[in-house]
Design a protein around this ligand. Structure first.
Ligand SMILES: NC(=O)C1=CN([C@@H]2O[C@H](COP(=O)(O)OP(=O)(O)OC[C@H]3O[C@@H](n4cnc5c(N)ncnc54)[C@H](O)[C@@H]3O)[C@@H](O)[C@H]2O)C=CC1
Ligand SMILES: O=C(O)CCC(=O)C(=O)O
Length: 529
């Protein structure tokens, strides 16, 4: 039974796919400290969080069975991504499910800021009928600066247009063409801070975006600007903002997120008359919480069941067209890697992969990850090796990975050839997908063969002489090892050759040792795929 720990409040309805799965047990334990999580995480295969749980290196190190951390939301700044990648823990998020909700919260904050709604509400319920202190401003005809024109920023820009605002957008990935289509003027950070009446930030928190709006920007800012942050605390320097408000540069601010969450009780934003705050509620709607929980549950289910998945944050995304082309080869790639790792002796120092035919015109990096996974799983802790960690693990173990491409595929429409080098020598194998017949290994070292990459294989190196097949068959027969299929491959008559047998169950080690003693037989290796 696979076990999933949910350590933050996540929608029950959204988790239903996981709770309904017969092979999965879901346990909810929220509000745990780091020590408490460290103590129990070893029992679980997956951890699901929102933004409260900080998934630290200690927690990941204690998660011996942990395969995936699922973030029901966008930002993964509460997860130690480097530590997860090193341990082969896949981190997935749900980037689309809360876009509209967060965009709407941004608008709610913008309007509340423009019309002083929280301040006016407080006075009214206190019994003070004050109609003079809360003169607001319209959004119409105002300039809105949007820093970060990704999913949420773009939706904010779209709605701002409907309010009659002029939008200036800045994003390193916003092209003139896309900006024009959205009716957004492309600007720089500098233009936005000098021209906008309202400014909203929608970037992740990175080294580059940390304090991207700070004292130097406030010093040249258009007077009377109103600022909204529903993205991440730390993008705007909180103390510099407070000073800019007190100096009359900024007219007011609306913050959903803080550099430290929750903010300390004496944080100046909590009592400032021109600052309105919410407790990180950007994504808190019934719809968004269901959406993100559904998305993340689906992906966690795929990962736990060894199926293809999307939205891995600690691995580059595979474009859908590339995935469609490569996916049929993932299993063959893993098997080829595993086959060679079992065949080779000694520490591997180089892996060479060559993709030919149909595979020569796509980015095959994801497939290389699978091949490396197959190779490394034989030598390393299987729990740690997967497509997320395989490149990193290869590098840290001094394995050089070389890939090549060629259009010629030796008569096949597609061919994956893998060679691994160790100090003892090198071995290679090539595989293909035969239309209608599935995967085949078609070459082992220099010998052409035709073997489905599955089950138990016996690889016997021998001299090409009459009588060998009989001797091998007899020895296996008397030891009750049933041969399902057999192939022999040779380059020249009377030269070295290989015999590949598929057998119904693994042969005992004593039988393999006996085989090695047969005359004209140079080696016998058992391989399980
Ligand atoms: N308050 C809340 O509850 C929520 C907050 N968020 C946060 O909102 C932010 C945006 O989320 P999405 O739009 O979904 O992400 P996204 O990835 O679609 O968009 C972020 C954009 O920021 C841009 N960017 C990166 N560095 C930049 C820079 N230096 N200057 C300008 N733009 C830059 C990127 O190119 C990207 O287009 C994230 O920080 C996310 O964690 C998201 C959901 C809920
Ligand atoms: O889970 C939450 O409510 C926080 C959402 C958020 O900040 C995000 O998705 O980045």
């Amino acid at each position: 039974m696979l076990k999933v720990l949910v350590s933050d409040p996540i929608s029950d309805l959204g988790l239903q796919q996981l709770t309904d799965a017969a092979d999965i047990a879901v346990e909810k334990k929220t509000g745990l400290s780091e020590d408490e999580l460290v103590a129990i995480i070893g029992e679980y295969d997956a951890l699901l969080v929102r933004s409260q749980t900080r998934v630290t290196e200690r927690i990941l190190a204690a998660g011996a069975r942990l395969k995936v951390v699922g973030r029901a939301g966008v930002g993964v700044d509460n997860i130690d991504l480097d530590a997860a990648t090193k341990r082969g823990v896949i981190v997935i998020n749900a980037p689309d499910g809360n876009t509209i909700t967060t965009c709407e919260h941004t608008f709610a904050m913008m309007m509340a800021l423009a019309r002083h709604i929280p301040q006016a509400y407080r006075k009214t319920v206190e019994g003070v009928w004050d109609r003079k202190s809360f003169l607001g401003v319209e959004l119409r005809n105002k300039v809105l600066g949007v820093l970060g024109m990704g999913r949420i920023g773009s939706e904010v820009a779209k709605r701002a247009k409907a309010f009659g605002m002029e939008v200036i957008g800045y994003d390193p990935f916003l092209s003139e063409d896309r900006a024009e289509k959205m009716g957004v003027r492309l600007g720089s950070v500098d233009e936005i801070i000098r021209q906008a009446d309202f400014m909203t930030v929608h970037t992740p928190l990175t080294n580059e975006t940390h304090h991207m709006i700070a004292k130097p920007q406030f010093d040249v800012m258009k007077r009377g600007m109103r600022i909204i942050n529903c993205a991440r605390g730390g993008i705007i320097d909180e103390m510099a903002l407070k000073e800019a408000i007190d100096e009359g540069i900024v007219a007011g601010a609306a913050f959903d997120v803080f550099e430290e969450e929750p903010p300390k009780p004496d944080h100046p934003f909590l009592t400032h008359p021109k600052i309105i705050v919410t407790p990180h509620l950007g994504a808190s709607t019934i719809e968004a919480q269901e959406n993100v929980a559904i998305d993340v549950s689906e992906q966690v289910l795929h990962i736990l069941r060894g199926e293809a998945f999307q939205n891995a944050v600690n691995m580059p995304p595979i474009p859908p067209a590339v995935r469609a082309k490569l996916e049929p080869y993932f299993e063959l790639g893993t098997k080829l890697g595993s086959f060679l790792a079992q065949l080779a002796e000694g520490a591997i120092n180089e892996v060479q992969v060559s993709y030919s035919g149909d595979l020569s015109d796509v980015d095959t990096t994801p497939l290389t990850r699978y091949i490396l996974t197959g190779i490394l799983s034989h030598h390393l802790d299987k729990e740690q090796v997967n497509i997320v960690s395989s490149f990193h693990l290869a590098k840290t173990r001094g394995v050089e990975v070389i890939t090549q491409k060629s259009t010629a595929a030796k008569g096949f429409t597609n061919l994956i050839s893998v060679t691994i080098r160790t100090r003892e020598g090198k071995h290679s194998a090539a595989g293909t997908l035969l239309n209608g017949y599935g995967a085949r290994i078609v070459q082992i070292d220099p010998y052409p063969v035709d073997i489905p990459p599955e089950g138990h294989l016996l690889l016997i190196s021998h001299t090409d002489k009459p009588g060998i097949i009989g001797r091998v068959g007899t020895l296996l027969g008397v030891n009750d090892v049933n041969i399902a299929t057999m192939q022999v491959g040779r380059k020249v008559v009377g030269g070295s050759a290989i015999m590949v047998l598929t057998i119904d169950k693994p042969a005992p080690k004593a039988v393999i040792d006996e085989l090695k003693k047969l005359p004209d037989l140079t080696d016998a290796i058992e391989i399980t795929l």
